[in-house]
Design a protein around this ligand. Structure first.
Ligand SMILES: *[C@@H]1O[C@H](CO)[C@@H](O)[C@H](O)[C@H]1NC(C)=O
Ligand SMILES: *[C@@H]1O[C@H](CO)[C@@H](O)[C@H](O)[C@H]1NC(C)=O
Ligand SMILES: *[C@@H]1O[C@H](CO)[C@@H](O)[C@H](O)[C@H]1NC(C)=O
Ligand SMILES: *[C@@H]1O[C@H](CO)[C@@H](O)[C@H](O)[C@H]1NC(C)=O
Ligand SMILES: *[C@@H]1O[C@H](CO)[C@@H](O)[C@H](O)[C@H]1NC(C)=O
Ligand SMILES: *[C@@H]1O[C@H](CO)[C@@H](O)[C@H](O)[C@H]1NC(C)=O
Ligand SMILES: *[C@@H]1O[C@H](CO)[C@@H](O)[C@H](O)[C@H]1NC(C)=O
Ligand SMILES: *[C@@H]1O[C@H](CO)[C@@H](O)[C@H](O)[C@H]1NC(C)=O
Ligand SMILES: *[C@@H]1O[C@H](CO)[C@@H](O)[C@H](O)[C@H]1NC(C)=O
Ligand SMILES: *[C@@H]1O[C@H](CO)[C@@H](O)[C@H](O)[C@H]1NC(C)=O
Ligand SMILES: *[C@@H]1O[C@H](CO)[C@@H](O)[C@H](O)[C@H]1NC(C)=O
Length: 512
């Protein structure tokens, strides 16, 4: 259903882009600014309505007619010194507008699909944050469809070359840079940092002319780190999910356990062992992930919502839209945020099926991405691996096991460390373990898109992480806005929206 947005940026327009270099050609009707390779709308007044908090949204030209869509918000606290955060949703192929409007951004969209409410748990309370739609095909971004995260990394790097040499973003180029990813972002995160670091080395040695992109920390929630460990742990999770008990009966356990042992694990092991340079390896990996999903994941999930085991998947009368997706498709919203700068009627799909299919066919979704993460962890890099404990897509037992089985110096210590509860105003909200700069956290009663379910908990952990603090319990003397009420609200009323939304995503992508 996702089509590549065909348009042609004429050479004349490219010339115009150059002509307008560093000229703020404020357009009286749209406040559009054009810099070299960057065109955006400034302070559209959409979503972030807090007084004095700036925002930019638009397109980054990363070569030829290829453009990545971004939306950036200044910190509500101190934009001139707070960290710079890059948020990436997963898929692969899902728009980071999902994160912006339903997880960590400055607003949420009301049920009318036309108005927004400020999100007090937004991550821009403590950081400057940029949401990037990538790879091409995701959200408003447009360009050739890619087949793997390594290729995606090169365009993300180019995007930051443009941003950090632009007038609008130059101030952020030396700021503490935090990368926050979700789900398939378990692959984007380590691969992007790896690539950025290799480019930094070339710049240092004089072999490359460019701006260094120095990422200082990485946080991944509900990540797809390792299919083999994920599916194996899912069998145990379905049998007895900590805090929830058995999720399916013994006959289903027996079925999925046999499926894992007899086919899924063997196929995945074949995929892991295959020579990545051979075409047959892609086929093996694609077959493995499909088989494991059908024979282990699907029966384990049953009638539940894979994103949130406390909910049922029985949402068959929902239309394929969400409040935020309705909102972002409104003409006046698109005009205001600059989404129409390239094409007067851009299409928006929350997840791009073509990208998802190509990444699967290339074999990437079936492979482990632990080696890249292991190298970072082994170097003492600051990492937070966290997950909602009601998520079945990336069950937290599998997240923990992935970190324990990963090859890095802290694996034994992590294995031997009992998780400690974190409380907010005395209530248990999460449990965690720390090994130097590495933190693992399980967030109670949160689903796949963790911050949607537990906004206060997510914001609190985020705040501590970006401040270089060790995760810890907190007492808020003035509980404004009401802590538990907010997180309760999200686990009842507004979760209905999330559930519908997750259902749509599940149907559209299968693997988010
Ligand atoms: C301002 O933007 C509008 C809408 O995109 C366009 O029609 C108009 O020509 C622009 N005006 C100038 C002076 O660039
Ligand atoms: C342009 O920006 C100014 C402040 O930056 C704002 O007051 C005004 O409403 C904006 N105009 C439009 C058409 O968005
Ligand atoms: C986040 O910032 C908004 C706007 O400044 C404020 O209303 C809200 O209380 C802040 N949230 C928290 C949890 O402090
Ligand atoms: C990723 O895709 C690019 C472009 O198609 C290709 O050149 C490269 O070999 C691929 N890399 C991996 C690791 O598959
Ligand atoms: C176990 O659960 C499955 C799926 O819900 C159901 O079809 C089956 O009848 C159940 N078996 C028993 C023995 O309850
Ligand atoms: C933790 O990170 C800090 C800051 O980057 C670094 O100085 C320190 O060496 C790291 N610790 C370990 C044990 O690697
Ligand atoms: C733990 O990491 C070490 C490397 O530091 C590795 O040799 C070992 O295999 C890992 N343990 C497991 C169980 O994977
Ligand atoms: C983790 O602990 C279990 C026993 O509790 C042990 O069997 C396993 O080998 C340990 N793994 C690592 C990586 O230390
Ligand atoms: C940690 O929190 C969980 C969930 O509330 C609770 O069941 C458990 O008893 C707590 N553990 C400790 C040691 O307080
Ligand atoms: C956190 O540590 C990094 C180094 O790893 C440093 O650059 C940054 O300034 C620190 N941030 C804060 C808020 O202390
Ligand atoms: C939140 O929900 C729990 C049960 O789900 C309830 O015990 C608690 O009182 C609620 N808290 C608030 C502030 O509504």
């Amino acid at each position: 259903m996702a089509r590549l947005k065909a348009f042609s940026l004429t050479p004349l327009l490219l010339l115009l882009l150059d002509f307008f270099q560093f000229v703020n050609s404020s357009n009286s009707s749209t406040n559009t600014t054009r810099e070299t390779k960057l065109l955006y709308s400034k302070n559209s007044g959409i979503c972030e309505t807090s007084e004095g908090v700036g925002q930019y949204s638009g397109y980054i030209n990363v070569g030829d007619d290829n453009f990545l869509w971004f939306w950036f918000f200044e910190s509500r606290n101190d934009a001139s010194s707070d960290p710079f955060v890059l948020w990436l949703n997963g898929g692969p192929g899902c728009s980071s507008m999902i994160g912006l409007f339903t997880e960590t951004g400055p607003c949420t969209v009301n049920s009318d699909g036309k108005s927004t409410s400020l999100n007090p748990y937004s991550w821009n309370n403590y950081s400057n944050i940029l949401y990037l739609d990538q790879p091409f095909g995701a959200g408003f971004s447009t360009g050739p469809t890619l087949t793997n995260s390594s290729a995606a990394a090169t365009y993300a790097w180019t995007a930051f070359q443009v941003l950090f040499t632009s007038e609008a973003f130059a101030d952020y180029s030396n700021r503490q840079f935090v990368l926050a990813t979700e789900s398939y972002g378990a692959r984007f995160g380590p691969v992007f940092i790896d690539y950025f670091n290799s480019q930094n080395k070339l710049i240092d040695s004089g072999d490359l002319d460019g701006v260094k992109i120095v990422v200082s920390s990485l946080m991944i929630n509900n990540g797809k780190h390792d299919p083999l460990i994920n599916f194996q742990s899912l069998v145990a999770f379905a049998q007895d999910a900590p805090g929830y008990g058995p999720l399916v009966n013994n006959s289903v356990i027996s079925t999925i356990s046999k499926a894992f042992d007899n086919t899924c694990s063997t196929l995945l092991q074949d995929c892991y062992d295959a020579d990545i340079s051979k075409d047959s390896s892609a086929d093996k990996c694609n077959t493995a992930i499909t088989t494991c999903t059908d024979d282990v994941m699907t029966p384990a999930v049953g009638d539940r919502d894979a994103d949130y085991l406390l909910a049922s998947s029985d949402t068959d009368d929902t239309v394929p839209t969400t409040y935020y997706a309705t909102y972002i498709r409104l003409d006046d919203v698109q005009e205001a945020i600059g989404a129409t700068l390239l094409n007067s009627s851009p299409t928006f799909d929350q997840c791009d099926d073509t990208t998802h299919a190509l990444f699967s066919q290339s074999g990437e979704t079936g492979r482990t991405f632990l080696p890249e993460l292991a190298a970072l962890a082994d170097s003492g890099f600051r990492i937070l691996i966290w997950g909602g404990d009601a998520d079945m897509k990336a069950n937290w037992l599998g997240l923990h096991q992935s970190m324990v089985q990963m090859s890095w110096y802290g694996n034994h210590t992590l294995n031997d460390t009992t998780l400690t509860n974190m409380t907010i105003n005395g209530g248990d909200v999460a449990s965690y373990a720390v090994v130097d700069n590495f933190t693992f956290a399980r967030v109670y009663e949160a689903g796949h898109t963790l911050p949607s379910y537990k906004p206060l908990v997510a914001q609190t952990i985020f705040q501590q992480f970006v401040a270089n603090q060790t995760i810890h319990s907190v007492e808020t003397s003035t509980p404004t806005p009401s802590a538990s009420a907010a997180d309760n609200a999200s686990s009842t009323a507004s979760v209905n929206a999330i559930l519908i939304f997750n259902f749509v995503l599940s149907v559209m992508s299968g693997f988010i």
